[in-house]
Design a protein around this ligand. Structure first.
Ligand code: FAD
Length: 548
């Protein structure tokens, strides 16, 4: 994505768009890509950074949702289950197959045979290849796969196929692909009101949150993909009737890999309430989540509380008897909101994860619910509706997103190509002392562009601090190609350093902000505000109060 912010803002001021999208999470970006590739003129407005809402706070799995089988949501399991292989093929460096271990216990959870049949149905609904289908394990085999489970009442286990990803990177790649096909995608532009004629929406009042400028934007169809903010936008449209959102908070904590050295991703139940949570190894850390509790505060200020972290730590200690985690081991954390549809009498964890579309009398099309994994199908449904309502007489291209590789020039075409790419990158970086996981992370984040980043690093190495030089090389790429505007865009949504290598974020946020200030002509006040914001984010992720 070239940083054509000024050009995009000009388009916003002067054009009439076919489709205006509010919200740059995975839902909005998915809709933008689908619509632009059908030949529609598209603009997307995001009030903060792309993926700054729920789409950077998930468990980061492209998964079929095994637990939805328990809720008998066969349609949902079939759709998201089969989407996994599609999304993997679109970006094989970023959506990576991962076997999940499900331990089974003597006195709790599902029995061995029920699990075996359930997983068989799961594989069948999702169309999983025979060689990747579930494998049931004896107790001995389970303990061999995961020795940390020793001494518990494990009676067996199962290995089944899932995919891991980075939610924010996936969203950014979809946004970049939409830009490449001609969409106007702007971060830090907030929709503040709807413009109506004869009670019908004809445009949006927007504010550039970097300059304060107010802009009138004209469009034929308006889509509300505001995630947890969907109802705020419906309220501004005066159409908040009938079904409403039920926000559910989910927290993840990150610990050093050696504190919880699981061999692979594992999905286990929490003894105290029977809920299921994940522990997922990633580079030098393992992350654990998630909680699922109804949330009534502001969607702009969601935090991990000490109680959230204690719940996850207790669950880990109970499952892995040799592990003695404490909340003090938590290096980093994140908290996000599921924008679910409310159902009377149901607790947050029992609510359906299915998406729903609401159309108001003013023409606002709102989409809520759903999963990261199902973004493509959700987008297809929304754009089909837009076409039916507004463009039925126009000849448009058919949906192509199932075969449109994400960021084509940067995304390898196959799993084999990813392996080749990794070995080239390791050859470039290991002479400078970087461990293998640094190369893996760069490939998973940036695909082929990781080679460009390595070249920038080699050409422009500064001083003796190789880590800082590599961070500067990533920064250069993100400023030039990925529309970053603030420190958090870089440390949270483009590189994930704040979650997965927080020591580097702490060590380097000041030099990075100095460089951004110079490159992006920040005023002194803006620079100072960025430093304060990064300090706040770092403290929050580490569960510290700002006075600590
Ligand atoms: P968001 O990502 O929140 O995007 C909405 C955007 O709208 C925000 O960026 C916001 O800033 C913007 N916005 C709001 N108001 C305005 C305005 N006025 N003007 C401009 N912009 C505005 N799904 C999976 O498939 N796999 C998982 O492993 C998984 N794990 C999860 C774990 C947790 C804890 C949670 C909370 C969710 C998880 N999900 C998972 C679900 C998935 O993350 C969400 O369904 C998805 O990210 C929602 O995306 P979205 O685009 O609808 O919302």
């Amino acid at each position: 994505m070239k940083p054509t912010r000024a050009g995009f803002l000009n388009s916003l001021r002067s054009e009439t768009f076919d489709v205006l999208i509010i919200g740059g999470g995975i839902t909005g970006c998915g809709v933008a890509l689908d619509a632009v590739t059908r030949g529609l003129r598209v603009a997307l407005l995001e009030k903060n950074d792309f993926a700054s809402g729920t789409s950077s706070k998930s468990t980061k799995l492209i998964h079929g949702g095994l637990r939805y089988l328990k809720q008998l949501e066969f349609g949902l399991v079939r759709e998201v289950g089969s989407e996994r292989a599609v999304v993997h093929a679109l970006a094989p460096h970023l959506v990576v197959p991962e076997k999940m271990l499900l331990p089974l216990y003597e006195k709790r959870g599902l029995g061995y045979w029920l699990t075996s049949i359930g997983l068989k149905i799961y594989d069948w609904l999702a169309g999983v290849n025979p060689q990747d289908q579930r494998r049931m394990l004896t107790r001995k085999q389970t303990l061999r796969v995961e020795p940390l489970l020793t001494n518990t009442d494990v009676k067996g286990g199962a290995l089944y196929a899932e995919y891991r990803t980075d939610d924010a990177r996936l969203t950014i790649e979809i946004a970049k692909t939409a830009v490449r096909h001609g969409a106007v995608m702007l971060n830090y532009v907030e929709v503040v009101d709807f413009i109506k004629e004869d009670h019908l929406i004809t445009g949006l009042m927007a504010r550039d949150n970097r300059s304060g400028e107010e802009i009138r934007v004209r469009g034929k169809a308006v889509i509300n993909a505001g995630g947890p903010w969907v109802d705020q936008l419906r309220k501004a449209d005066r159409s908040l009737h009938g079904k409403r959102l039920h926000l559910s908070k989910g927290v993840h904590v990150v610990v050093a890999r050696e504190k919880l050295p699981v061999n692979q991703a594992i999905y286990f139940d929490v003894e105290e309430d029977g809920r299921m949570i994940f522990a997922i190894p990633r580079g030098r850390v393992t992350y654990i989540g998630t909680t699922d509790t109804s949330y009534h505060g502001s969607p702009d200020d969601v935090r991990t509380t000490p109680e959230d972290a204690e719940y996850l730590v207790r669950a880990v200690n109970k499952t892995f008897p040799r592990i003695e985690l404490t909340v003090r081991d938590v290096e980093s954390s994140w908290a996000g909101l599921r924008p679910l549809i409310h159902e009377d009498g149901k607790a947050a964890s029992d609510l359906s994860r299915k998406d729903e579309i609401f159309v108001s009398t003013s023409g606002l099309i709102s989409i809520a619910g759903g999963k990261l994994t199902g973004y493509r199908k959700m987008a297809e449904r929304v754009v089909n509706l837009v076409v039916k309502k507004h463009f039925s007489k126009v000849s448009l291209d058919t949906p192509v997103t199932s075969r449109l590789r994400l960021s084509e020039h940067e995304s390898p075409a196959s799993h084999g190509e990813v392996a080749g790419l990794l070995s080239r990158l390791r050859q470039m970086l290991e002479p400078f002392g970087f461990p293998a996981h640094v190369s893996v992370q760069l490939i998973e984040n940036f695909g082929y562009a990781a080679l460009d980043i390595a070249r920038i690093f080699i050409e422009r190495r500064e001083g003796r601090d190789e880590d800082l030089s590599l961070i500067y090389a990533q920064l250069r790429f993100c400023i030039d190609e990925e529309m970053i505007q603030a420190g958090a865009d870089f440390f949270v949504r483009r590189t994930g350093l704040l979650y997965f290598d927080i020591a580097k974020a702490i060590a380097y946020f000041e030099p990075v902000l100095n460089r951004m200030a110079g490159d992006m002509n920040w005023s002194e006040a803006q620079h100072a505000a960025e430093v304060v914001e990064m300090r706040r984010l770092l403290a929050e992720a580490q569960l510290k109060t700002s006075s600590e």
